[in-house]
Design a protein around this ligand. Structure first.
Ligand SMILES: [Zn+2]
Ligand SMILES: [Zn+2]
Length: 148
């Protein structure tokens, strides 16, 4: 099992690494703002494989592609923990930096490269998507993983 937590330790979660569908660097402006950095790194999996000791505080925004992005963060220390789309509530996007050990993580692609900063360019060697490539394609992968 993989474990992660917020900075103050109030919120802790775990999941089985084999249930991870994909991982991505997201360069959208919202991720830049909430992380205070050039990008967020997210791990996508089905919510049913994600266990958390308590709900974080959620903040909902209308994402760049018309989805409602619900971002969860620790109300005590402010750490961004995980997000989901209101339209696809059974999928969870975990912030990779909150993992206790993320050394195993492999990044599949970059999202929203159009809005990447010159001082934090998309990593090379993975696919680039000008915008979110689609939840559609990710959800298809998700569905396949649920069937197997
Ligand atoms: Zn905290
Ligand atoms: Zn983003």
């Amino acid at each position: 099992m993989e474990f992660g937590k917020c900075l103050c330790g109030a919120i802790e979660y775990s999941f089985d690494r084999s249930k991870v569908i994909s991982a991505h660097h997201c360069h959208c402006k919202d991720c830049q703002r909430v992380t205070g950095s050039g990008k967020a790194t997210i791990i996508i999996m089905s919510k049913k494989y994600f266990e958390v000791n308590q709900d974080p505080k959620f903040f909902e925004v209308l994402g760049e592609q018309g989805n409602h992005v619900v971002r969860g963060f620790c109300p005590n220390c402010g750490s961004g923990m995980f997000s989901y789309l209101k339209e696809h509530p059974n999928m969870v996007f975990v912030k990779a930096g909150t993992l206790n050990d993320s050394s195993w993580l492999k990044i599949d692609s970059n999202f929203f490269t159009d809005s990447s900063c010159d001082w934090n360019r998309p990593v090379e060697g993975v696919k680039n998507h000008n915008a979110n490539p689609g939840l559609a394609s990710n959800l298809m992968m998700a569905i396949k993983s649920l069937i197997k």
